[in-house]
Design a protein around this ligand. Sequence first.
Ligand code: AMP
Length: 142
Amino acid sequence: MAETPYDPQNIFAKILRGEIPSHRVYEDQSVVAFMDVMPQGPGHTLVVPKAPSRNLLDADPAALGPLLKAVQKVALAVRKAFEADGVTILQFNEPASGQTVYHLHIHVIPRFEGIALKPHTGVMEKPEVLADDADKIRKALV
Ligand code: AMP
């Protein structure tokens, strides 16, 4: 099957280039993490490698180690920041799987006993809530 090429105009590429705003919580030489604007629960964060790839299927394997390391770091921080009972990690590849933004990203979602995730295509959160949540996560990272 032919691969669909990476589109450098996707929204996460624009966020990585600083062309559109995001609520950033973490950055290192390989990744950026920021709040999902339509969270499936409080503290829903996205970890995004700086290296361009459409999703996991075309990613450079060398980028995956640093990415997963950052996912663990952010998962520990969101668990602490939100006093979560657990953390769900999600990642989608191609439209059939539910992918809607075509730059590799990993969802990190704090979970609470007995509380279901909101739908994946949800409602836009208020910027002040996202700013406050991002602040909590940044504090938990130090
Ligand atoms: P998916 O491609 O299905 O893994 O999901 C893309 C995710 O990106 C969804 O959870 C959206 O809510 C989220 N999203 C879309 N646009 C933005 C944006 N500008 N900033 C932060 N998150 C976004």
